[in-house]
Design a protein around this ligand. Sequence first.
Ligand code: RVP
Length: 498
Amino acid sequence: QPDPFGFIGLTYDDVMLLPGHTDVIPSEADTSTRLTRRITMATPLLSSAMDTVTESRMAVAMARHGGIGIIHRNLSIEDQAAHVDKVKRSESGMITNPVTTTPDATVEEVDALCGQFRVSGLPVVEPDGTLVGIITNRDMRFVSPFERSTTKVRDVMTRQPLITAPVGIDPDSAVAIFAEHKIEKLPLVDADGKLRGLITVKDFDKSEKYPDATKDDEGRLRVGAAIGFFGDAWQRAMTLVDAGVDVIVVDTANGDSAGVLDIIRRLKAEPRASHVDVIGGNVATRSGAQALIDAGADAIKVGVGPGSICTTRVVAGVGVPQVTAVYEASLAAREANVPLIADGGLQYSGDIAKALVAGADSVMLGSLLAGTSESPGELVFVNGKQFKNYRGMGSLGALQTRGKKTSYSRDRYFQADVPSDEQLIAEGIEGQVPFRGPLSAVSYQLVGGLRQSMFYVGARTIPELKANGKFVRITAAGLKESHPHDVQMVVEAPNYRR
Ligand code: RVP
C-alpha cells in the first residue's frame, strides 16, 4: 500500500495535456484502437450497458460510427438476446438467417414483422424452407387498410420464377444482378431451392455510407452484451453466444471478486465461446486489473465511482478518481498487453484524450450518449426544453423489482440476495440529460475533439498519443480559466455545455 497521504487520486478536471511539436493536422489523425485482445475499432468509443443508454438501436448506431454498443442486462435473457440478434441482422454482406414469412400469413402480420426488424420486405418460404416468393412494400402498397388482416401473402407476393442466386455469390456479381433486374433483395438458394440467405441492396449502400463501421469477418456489425455472475448468468452468456454476440462484458461494480473472476475463467475455457472476447470489470487499482488479467480477460474495464449518476463514492466511501485509476490499472495491463477501457466520468470530448494518455485504449460513455435519439426512452419536456431520462443501474429505479419477478441488475451491486425492495442499498440516482439529437452528430463532435487533441499533442495514431502525451496538474484556478469565464454565453456550442 502506497503512503495513503502521499498517494493522490486525480481525475479529468485535475489534469491537462501539454501541447507538443506537431506535424499532424486533425483530419489526418488515425483514431483506430484496440477494444480487446482480438477486436479493433475505428473510434475508441463504447456506449454503456445501461437501460437508458444501450439497446439495439444505440448499438447499431455505435457500430456504424466505428465504436461498439454493449446491450444492458436489466431485461430477460430472451429480450437481451433479441437485441443482439437485431444488431447482427441489421447490416451485413449476406444475411445468413433472414426473417421470413409463409404463404398463409396475412399482410398485416408481414407489416408487423417489417416494422419490428426495420426491413422493407421478406422472402416467403414453405414450412420445409423452400423459397416460393418474396413480398416487399411494392406488393403490399395497394392492399387497402381494411383488407390487410384478411389478405394472404400468397395472393400478393411476387412468385416464382424469382431472381435468385446461389450461396457463395461474390459481391460484384450480386451488384450486377441488382442493377440488371432493378431489384433490391436477392434471395440465395441451394440446389434444392431452399432459402439459405439474403443479400439486400440497402446493405451495400450502408457499407459505402459507413466505411468505418465495426464489423465481424462476415460483414455484420459487431455488438457486445453485459452479463453478471449470479443465478442464470451462465445461461444468459450461452444464449448471447448463440445469438451471435461478439463480446461479453462481465459487468459489475467490483470486478476483483470471486464470482466475477470465476465466470471469466469459465467463459475463457468454454469451447462454444472461443470466438467471443470477454471484458471484465470494474476495477480501479493495479491489483484489481491484475486479478482480471490472471483470470483471462481480453480487456479490463476501469471505473469505481466516477459515473455521473453514481453515488458509490459517497454511499460506500470507496473509489479512485478516474485518471489515477486508469493509470494504476494500466501498470498491469501494459505489461500483459491487455487493452483497457476507461468507464464513466467523461464530461467533454477533451476527457477522451486524457483517458487514453492515462493508459486507456478506449472509453465507455453513459451521460454523453443518454440524450441522443438512439437511446431507449421517450423525450421528456421540462419548461419547453427537451430531455431524456438517464439513471444509474444502481439507482433504486433500476434495482427495484416493481411487478417484475426480479431485477437483473441487482447482482451488479452484489445485492442479489436482498429479499425486498425496501432493503436495497442504492448506489446511483435517477435523472435527466438534455436531448442532443442523433448519435451521428454527437459522435462526430466527440471524435472531432479527439482529433484536435491528437493534433495539439503531435500524435498521428492512438499508440503515439499514448506514448507522447504528457500531463500537467492544474489547480482550481486553472480549471476556472479552462472554461469560458467573465462572459455571458449567448450561443450554445454543439460540443460545450456548462
Ligand atoms: P457516465 O458516462 O459518467 O454517465 O458514467 C457511466 C458509467 O457509470 C457506466 O458505464 C457504469 O460503469 C457506471 N454506472 C452505471 N450505473 C451506475 C450506478 O448506478 N452507480 N454507475
